[in-house]
Design a protein around this ligand. Structure first.
Ligand SMILES: [Zn+2]
Length: 423
């Protein structure tokens, strides 16, 4: 064996946590059993720490990370001022500068346990700088992280001169996923046409779909239903993801539950983006003020696969963030009032195996035959990961150690402090 992780609390997909050792050979997990005594190049003593598949960020904009304040600050904090700043900043970028900022944010994510990232790349510029930069990074950083690139039309496809050509240019260059933003098209009709374009391109090219859908507080924004209809009719199921879906927060319950039924039947995934949704939505509300997130708790209870993204890391829309998916899950837990024991576990699941379904990953998890993309948390359970937000002591990519973090040590009046009661 190359590596054996001893005395782990192992979590594989939706199975219950169990105590075991994990043996890795090459890029694969080859055994998960109690008391593995095989010779190994490296032994990692886990001492009851939780070991799961890598964390997954299902939605981020790596072409915009760390750009907060470079053009100017977003004084109002609104989505629209963010888009205006981005529009002014975009032509001043270079491929090298985009890569430099993205590389730094990727390392933040990797150090905190993320092994898979789905990033959007803004296609609305003639030179396709974002797609070029992110394709180069996808290749250069493949030993530490797997990256999927979504061709994302920030300004729109149908309401923007050359929108369709720019989408196709990005996909021809090698983007992996077809994106969209139907609620940003000028009319309902243009929005529906954009969804048809997205599905036609994806079907023709055999690609997945991930659309910014109904990212507005307007209860009349109803493009999720158009996506669901197309997903169902074309039998594309889990190849399709609707991201954000925050208008669902504002739908009347009769419509929302009818729609959830159709999401289930279609097999489509939903991705929530807590940082941006909470900070950007309901800005025109006084009080009561809406929470701005889609109905994560209700969607999960209905059986929909809901994943999660970091979305922004210090960009014109959100000036904070450090690429921490556990923080995103914790935020979702609180805002969506998911404090039941199973619901807390569900929040961990959204940044692990549920996101794996979302991204169409195969061989994900901690079982024989899985790709050895693993994280050792300095905590014993999923709930404690959410409660403590512990260090990821070891992060493995394809069986190789790619990041290590030493847990912080606190003392009070000379005595050590342990944040786990009873230990
Ligand atoms: Zn986004």
């Amino acid at each position: 064996m190359d590596i054996v992780l001893k005395n782990a609390n192992v979590v594989h997909l939706d199975e219950a946590v169990r105590k075991a050792d994990i043996a890795i050979k090459g890029d694969r997990v080859v055994a998960v059993e109690t008391n593995i005594d095989a010779e190994a190049g490296q032994i990692i003593e886990c001492g009851g720490r939780l070991v799961s598949g890598s964390l997954i960020d299902a939605h981020v904009h790596l072409d915009a990370v760390l750009a907060a304040g470079l053009e100017r600050d977003n004084q109002s904090g609104t989505l629209h001022e963010g888009i205006d700043i981005w529009t002014d900043f975009k032509p001043k970028r270079t491929v090298e500068a985009i890569k430099e900022r993205a590389r730094r944010a990727i390392d933040w994510e990797v150090a905190q346990g993320t092994g898979f990232i789905r990033t959007h790349a803004d296609v609305c510029d003639a030179e396709q700088l974002s797609t070029q930069a992110l394709i180069e990074l996808r290749d250069e950083l493949k030993d530490r992280v797997d990256i999927q690139i979504v061709a994302f039309p920030q300004v729109g496809i149908k309401s923007y001169p050359g929108g369709e050509a720019q989408m196709r240019a990005s996909l021809d260059m090698g983007a992996d996923v077809v994106g969209g933003i139907p609620h940003n098209e000028v009319t309902r009709e243009a929005g529906v046409e954009s969804v048809m374009f997205i599905f036609d391109e994806a079907e023709k090219r055999g690609l997945m779909i991930d659309v910014h859908c109904d990212e507005v507080d307007d209860s009349h924004a109803r493009f999720v239903e158009v996506m669901v209809e197309q997903t169902f009719k074309r039998c594309m199921g889990a190849q399709v993801t609707a991201s954000h879906c925050v208008a669902m927060h504002s739908y009347n319950n009769a419509y929302a539950y009818r729609l959830m039924g159709w999401i289930i039947r279609s097999g489509m995934n939903v991705t929530a983006n807590p940082f941006d949704n909470i900070i950007l939505q309901a800005r025109e509300d006084t009080y009561p003020k809406r929470r701005g997130m889609t109905r994560v708790k209700e969607l999960l209870a209905a059986g929909v696969n809901v994943g999660m993204g970091h979305d922004s890391i210090m960009d014109p829309w959100y000036p904070l963030g450090r690429g921490d998916m556990v923080e995103a899950a914790s935020l979702t837990l609180h805002v969506c009032q998911m404090s039941g024991v199973e619901e807390i576990d569900n929040c961990f699941d959204m940044i692990t195996w549920r996101n794996a379904l979302n991204l169409g990953l195969e061989n994900y998890g901690v079982a024989p035959g899985c790709q050895a993309d693993l994280v050792v948390f300095d905590a014993a359970s999923k709930a404690d990961v959410l409660r403590i937000n512990p260090a990821c002591t070891h992060v493995l990519k394809r069986g190789k150690l790619v990041a290590e973090t030493k847990p912080a040590e606190s003392t009070v009046m000379g005595g050590a402090v342990n944040f786990t009661p009873g230990s």
